[in-house]
Ligand binder design. Structure first.
Ligand code: UDP
Ligand code: MG
Length: 321
C-alpha cells in the first residue's frame, strides 16, 4: 500500500483548460492555505491540445505542492480521475473540475466532516440546473430516473464528481480496475458512509464544456450498460412474450382452418409486417447483447486505462511504482 505523506491531495482532471487553470489554482490555493493542512495538487492533463501542459509545467516548477501527469492522448475524464487517484499521496483526496464549477469554499467543510469520523467521504450534488440548456436538463433527468430503476446501486441525480474521500475509499476505488469506468456508479458501489452537500449550479469560469450532446448520450448508455443487466432481461422478456403470442396465433389459425376450412392464400401484407417486426426485434435484442459483449471484449484485453507521456515526478527524479 502507498505511503501517505500528505493530509490532502486535490486531484484535477484537465482537458484544454488553459484559461481556467490559473484562476482555479489561485482560488483553491487561497482557501486551502487557510486550512493549515499539508497538501498537494495532482493535475491530470488528459491529452490537451492547447497549452494546458505548458501551464502545468510552469506551475509545478514554481510551486513544490503542484504535481502533474500528462497523458499521451485524450483518454477521457474517467481515466483522468483514475490516474489522479493513483498518483495522489494524500490521506484525504479531493476530486475537482478545473473550471471552478466545484466551489473551493466547500473544501474546509468537507475536510472537517471527515475529521468527525462519522463519514468516509463527502460528496456533492447541485440543487439546481440553472444555466444549462433546458433540453439537456430534460434528458439528464430522464436518464437518472431510468438508471435508478434499472441499476442496483443508487445514482444520485445532479451528483457531481466533486468530493473528498478518505484514503481507504480511494484504495477501494483504485481496486476496481475495470476498463469501462462509470465513476458515479463506482463511488456508490464501493459503499462507505457518505455525507451529501448541495449547492446551486455554478457556471464554468472560462473555456468551453467538453460535453457535447452526443458525448453525454454515450456516457448515459455507458452508465446503464455498466451498472445494470436489465436491458438483457428486456430482450429475454420480449422473446418470451413473442413466443407465447406465436403459439396463440398458430392455434387460432389452425382452428380456423379446421372449423371454417378457410383456405386463405392471401395475407402477404400481414406476413410482411410480421416478418419485419420480428426481424427488428431480433436485431434489437442482438444489439443489446452486442453492447455487453463489446464491453467484455474491451475488458478482456486488459489494456491500461491511460498512458502517461510525462509527469512532474519523473522530472524530479522520483518514480511511482
Ligand atoms: N475533462 C477531462 N477529459 C475529458 C473531458 C473533460 O479531463 O475528456 C475534465 C475537464 O477539463 C474538467 C472536467 O473534466 O476539469 C469537467 O469537464 P467539463 O467542465 O467540460 O464538464 P461539465 O462541467 O460541463 O459537466
Ligand atoms: Mg464543468
Amino acid at each position: 500500500m502507498k505511503e501517505c505523506r500528505m493530509d490532502l491531495s486535490i486531484v484535477v482532471p484537465c482537458y484544454n483548460e488553459e484559461e481556467a487553470i490559473p484562476i482555479f489554482f489561485d482560488a483553491v490555493t487561497a482557501i486551502v492555505d487557510q486550512m493549515g493542512v499539508n497538501y498537494e495538487f495532482v493535475f491530470v492533463d488528459d491529452g490537451s491540445s492547447d497549452s494546458t501542459l505548458g501551464i502545468l509545467r510552469n506551475l509545478a516548477k514554481a510551486h513544490p505542492q503542484v504535481r502533474y501527469v500528462s497523458f499521451s492522448r485524450n483518454f477521457g475524464k474517467e481515466a483522468g480521475i483514475y490516474a489522479g487517484l493513483q498518483y495522489a499521496r494524500g490521506e484525504h483526496v479531493a476530486l475537482m473540475d478545473a473550471d471552478l464549477q466545484d466551489p473551493p469554499s466547500y473544501l474546509p467543510r468537507m475536510y472537517e466532516a471527515l475529521q468527525t469520523g462519522k463519514y468516509d467521504n463527502v460528496a456533492t450534488r447541485r440543487s439546481t440546473r440553472a444555466g444549462e440548456p433546458p433540453i439537456r436538463s430534460f434528458f439528464s433527468r430522464a436518464f437518472y430516473r431510468l438508471i435508478n430503476r434499472l441499476s442496483d446501486v443508487p445514482i444520485v441525480d445532479g451528483a457531481r464528481d466533486y468530493r473528498m474521500m478518505k484514503r481507504k475509499m480511494v484504495n477501494a476505488i483504485l481496486a476496481t480496475g475495470e476498463y469501462n469506468r462509470f465513476s458515479k456508479g463506482l463511488f456508490s458501489w464501493v459503499g462507505f458512509r457518505t455525507l451529501w452537500l448541495s449547492y446551486d449550479n455554478v457556471e464554468r469560469v472560462a473555456g468551453q464544456t467538453k460535453w457535447s450532446f452526443w458525448k453525454l448520450t454515450k456516457y448515459a448508455l455507458e452508465g446503464i450498460v455498466n451498472f445494470s443487466h436489465a436491458p438483457l432481461d428486456i430482450a429475454t422478456n420480449i422473446g418470451m412474450f413473442m413466443t407465447i403470442v406465436a403459439f396463440i396465433w398458430a392455434a387460432v389459425l389452425i382452428l380456423k382452418k379446421i372449423i371454417i376450412g378457410d383456405y386463405n392464400v392471401s395475407g402477404w401484407t400481414s406476413l410482411t409486417c410480421i416478418i419485419i417486426f420480428l426481424g427488428g426485434l431480433q436485431l434489437f435484442s442482438i444489439g443489446i447483447m452486442g453492447q455487453y459483449i463489446a464491453r467484455i471484449f474491451l475488458e478482456t484485453k486488459h489494456r491500461p486505462l491511460f498512458i502517461v507521456a510525462e509527469s512532474s515526478d519523473e522530472e524530479n527524479g522520483e518514480t511511482e511504482e
